[in-house]
Design a protein around this ligand. Sequence first.
Ligand SMILES: Cc1cc2nc3c(=O)[nH]c(=O)nc-3n(C[C@H](O)[C@H](O)[C@H](O)COP(=O)(O)O)c2cc1C
Length: 365
Amino acid sequence: MSKEFRPWPAFNPMRDLLPNCRPALVLAPMQDVTDLPFLRVLARRSRPDWFVTEYFRVHAQSRPEPHILRTIEHNDTGRPIFAQLIGQDLPHLIRTARELEPLPIAGIDLNLGCPAPIVCRKNAGGGLLRDPDQLDSLLGGLREAIHGRFTVKTRIGYHDPAEFPRLLECFAKHAIDGLTIHGRTVEERYQTPVHPDCVRLASETLPCPVIANGNIVDVETAAAYHQQCQPAGLMVGRGAIRNPWIFDQIAAHWEGRPTAQATHRQLLDYITDLYEESARSRDDFNPKAHVQAMKRVLAYISHGLADEAFEFEIRRATTEQGFFATCRQHLDHDTPLPARPPADSKLFCGFSALLTAGSAETRKN
Ligand SMILES: Cc1cc2nc3c(=O)[nH]c(=O)nc-3n(C[C@H](O)[C@H](O)[C@H](O)COP(=O)(O)O)c2cc1C
């Protein structure tokens, strides 16, 4: 594995966010998950170098969503946060960016990756990738209007990875400050391995830092993805819900520090912390609704544990008491957690390909 890093010039706007000795580590924005309670709970276990908010939906009638504003205004994690926008209406994207710029944000990020049909039909999110000319004028307009950092989070095309070089031209032309690439097309949604060759092309050709995203679930997949495309950073989403220690584990790997795999008891403590922190943040706390919300997050956490009964039983919990009884019954012991989900996992589909391609690359070199 290469531990070489490009020295970013002093005038690079991302320079002060990028560590010198390892890739930058970033928590992926995830709607209805990466709210302020989640960021706090994660930061108590391992801190990425920066965060990105859930997206602010932008259209003619939109006002920045109060709960996302709260994440920015009360961010006490000690790490900077980018505000992400989704939309296709330039005047309103500019209006929203101007409203957000005075807040304590690290920059504005534009979402070009959301695959939800309702978003793509409106030519927003991943839908914009079908029309490079519209994308070109949108990026031009936003670049001119945004005084601070302006970054983009994209997929590699809508239908086909062959669309990516044309998209790269747009990103290069408008001097964005950073590009995060979820290495799949919109049509591939979450169902395929990622395409590290596209991320590699971007990191070799763009003057800004490139952050690789998609299917990082542990230290080995992070190192393999990095080896295959040499990005300036790595972004982790679902893998960080499952394993909130992952950022420290990846950093330790690069820094040559030892780290231990977390135990089931630490997982129990994490679930309890998340339950309580998010309960405290709700004015309208309702235990039954809260258990249902927690179960959506638990789908990522319970998946692939050796004790399969936990995943099955937690889905059936309806009360706070039942929820915690199930957690305690299955997690209150010191056995280490598995490093990765099962190789044939449907929920974390395709991550094994990073490891196979990584070892092929090592053999080649
Ligand atoms: C529940 C969920 C919500 C998401 N919401 C957003 C979002 O608001 N903005 C965004 O750019 N990407 C969003 N994504 C995509 C993630 O940021 C990330 O690109 C994707 O999950 C792949 O990374 P991973 O394999 O590390 O999870 C979301 C993904 C999930 C699973």
